[in-house]
Write a protein that binds this ligand. Structure first.
Ligand code: PLP
Length: 636
């Protein structure tokens, strides 16, 4: 993804460097101004807005960095795209039934996201999947159309079952997906007691294994779903209860972020075999729910790798439709309504996490420390000499010597035989040698791995105003790679290679895996007095609710915008991030009691003559103001 160092820097160079056309699915672009633009086609007109204008508008509304930006148009477009792609595949193949999309609430439970999905999705009867009682309550209270489906997965107690049965009583289409045979007696009992014919599905554990991050949790390793023995048990229980006519759906979920279309087709085929068997057993059937798994190409590599995928949305849909037809048609089984629960592919694109850079740690040698003193230790002088003799042919030798002399000086320092300034000069000369090696390296024939890795060890650390654990938890927990790039200054060549550290003072609180397998990201030198903004893209799925309060960095500000046809935009929702008082309350502190305790401590300092009453007042004011402030770094 790097562009040639000597060629003039253009917007195309920026596009290639950050791979924006590869991963953006055409939602983002770079303008001639060097700013990242968000694109949306409204009534046939292409509208574009600059992320820098959004950041400016947020600052004017006192909504500072870091902030999560949601773009409603993109969420709407994703729902349209998935529904339209399935409709096209169905029409193209002559499939004899329809598609119903379902959004799994777990992927982003935020009220504004679910409300937007329900409101926009109504035109497609897009439904919701609930994996718990709170999620079912969200679905029941938010869903507007009784034509949209609610699919209940997960273990269900009596309360959960009753909620779903009540929904059916009101004429809603609410499926219970049976995860284990032990759920069946309770469902039968409550359905009979409430005189409701339930809508039932069975979740099947397929033997198809998928590639990608969840490889080991797929196939026989899957913890969810019924095996064939359990499926028979469920069918027999329903038959004895005269409820086989209620068993209408087969559900499977191979795993999330499936990189290979081959696995998806294989899974659909195997599922259809179960579907046929259930029809043969006398179940009513009529619905096939393919779960999630439709991947997002975070890297834009179009490959069968964990953060990418080797198929388009159209290929996904036609692959499934064809696989189902090929399996069912020879058995003369009518085509079921196809359902899918795409979460990631629906929500990821619509959110961007924006943050500013607070500081940079460089590993550049300092000019004032380049010369050893005449009476300096010989090893220091040897280090200096390396700079004179280093050339293309002796890179490895000079690298080894530099390490040796630097380590010797460190040991002498530990024994008290070398002064701090001499040690600093040694470290500085060492850096100078490494930098020179780095400059020569591209022309060298062979290089050891450690020398090749110098870019990483000499890279800058850019300190970002955010917490990885709060805003990008999957990058820490499962090594998820998100596209990250500056959202402005892209007319300028980025001259630094950097990793990004967050505010948490935790060694895991960093970003050092970037798209294209890179361990550093090209960034611009900071300009004194100017903010530098980066965006982490495609973060709308899973990140918001998996986040945690590490170091008590709380929820960030959240802003939802809607882009208009004339390339203006409206701030449609704003949610202030957590205050310090909020996060303290989450961990059970009583902030009133804390204030009182602190007041007593400060009063004690007055009594002991350490501070004046006026200073006391100032201290108490700062304390109170801090409690209501943002948990992140604030610029006055
Ligand atoms: N459906 C079920 C049952 C799931 O467990 C999940 C998440 O893993 C999904 C749907 C969403 O999957 P994805 O985000 O890959 O679309």
């Amino acid at each position: 993804m790097q562009s040639a160092a000597n060629a003039p820097w253009t917007i195309e160079s920026a596009e290639q460097t950050y791979g924006i056309h590869d991963w953006s699915s055409d939602y983002f672009d770079i303008a001639e101004s060097g700013e990242v633009m968000v694109k949306s086609t409204i009534n046939g007109t292409l509208a574009k807005i600059s992320l820098m204008d959004v950041i400016k508008g947020m600052a004017e509304r006192d909504l500072h960095m870091p902030a999560l930006l949601r773009i409603e148009n993109i969420l709407d477009h994703r729902i349209s795209a998935i529904n339209t792609a399935f409709q096209n595949a169905i029409q193209g193949a002559g499939y004899q039934n329809s598609y119903r999309g379902i959004f799994p609430i777990k992927v982003n439970q935020q009220a504004q996201v679910i409300e937007e999905i329900v409101q926009f999705g109504e035109r497609y009867d897009h439904g919701l999947e609930a994996g718990s009682k709170p999620e079912l309550i969200i679905a029941l209270a938010t869903q507007k159309s009784e034509h949209s489906y609610i699919v209940c997965n997960g273990y269900k107690d009596e309360e959960f079952i009753d909620l779903g049965l009540r929904a059916i009583q009101m004429g809603w289409k609410c499926f219970f997906v049976i995860e284990t045979p032990s759920e069946v007696p309770l469902i039968i009992k409550r359905a009979n007691e409430l005189s409701v014919r339930p809508m039932l599905g069975t979740r099947i554990k397929l033997s198809t294994r998928v590639e990608g991050h969840w490889q080991n949790d797929s196939g026989d390793g899957s913890i969810f779903g019924l095996n064939s023995l359990q499926l028979i048990d469920v069918i027999d229980q329903l038959r004895s209860a005269k409820m086989l006519d209620c068993l209408k759906m087969l559900h499977f979920h191979l795993g999330s972020q499936i990189p290979s279309i081959y696995n998806i087709r294989q899974g659909a085929q195997e599922a259809c075999r179960y579907y046929i068997s259930m029809v043969e057993e006398g179940a009513a059937m009529g619905y096939l729910d393919l779960g999630g798994g439709l991947a997002v190409d975070y890297e834009g590599a179009q490959q069968r790798t964990t953060n990418s995928k080797n198929y388009t949305l159209d290929e996904y849909c036609s692959g499934i439709v064809e696989a189902v037809m090929q399996t069912l048609d020879p058995e003369n089984v009518p085509h079921p309504i196809l359902m899918s629960e795409s979460g990631r592919a629906t929500a990821a694109y619509s959110s961007i996490f924006l943050f500013n850079i607070l500081d940079v740690a460089h590993f550049d040698p300092i000019a004032s420390l380049k010369e050893p003193e005449p009476d300096s230790d010989e090893k220091l002088k040897n280090l200096k000499e390396l700079l004179g003799i280093l050339n293309l042919k002796n890179i490895q030798e000079c690298y080894n010597d530099a390490n040796f002399y630097r380590d010797e000086i460190r040991q002498l320092f530990q024994r008290g035989q070398v002064a701090l300034r001499e040690r600093a000069t040694a470290e500085n000369l060492y850096l100078e040698v490494l930098q020179k090696i780095q400059q020569l390296a591209p022309d060298a024939d062979t290089l050891s791995e450690e020398v090749q890795d110098l870019t990483r060890s000499l890279s800058d650390t850019y300190y970002g105003n955010f917490s990885v654990f709060q805003s990008l938890p999957d990058s820490w927990a499962i090594n998820q790679v998100f596209p990250i790039m500056p959202v402005h200054r892209l007319k300028e060549r980025p001259t630094r290679e950097a990793t990004i550290a967050d505010l948490t003072c935790d060694c895991d609180g960093k970003l050092d895996r970037f798209i294209g397998g890179e361990s550093t990201l090209p960034l611009h030198q900071l300009i004194e007095g100017e903010d530098y903004y980066l965006g982490a893209f495609l973060v709308g799925a899973y990140q918001e609710t998996l986040s945690d309060l590490h170091n008590l960095f709380g929820d960030t500000n959240v802003v939802s915008i809607r882009i208009n046809e004339d390339s203006s935009f409206d701030f449609v929702h704003e949610i202030r991030g957590d205050s310090i008082e909020d996060v303290l309350t989450y961990v059970e502190y009583d902030t009133r009691a804390m204030k009182e305790q602190f007041r007593r401590t400060v009063e004690g300092a007055v009594r002991d003559g350490k501070i004046s009453v006026q200073t006391r007042q100032e201290i108490l004011k700062s304390f109170s103001e801090s409690l209501t402030g943002y948990t992140y770094y604030e610029t006055n």
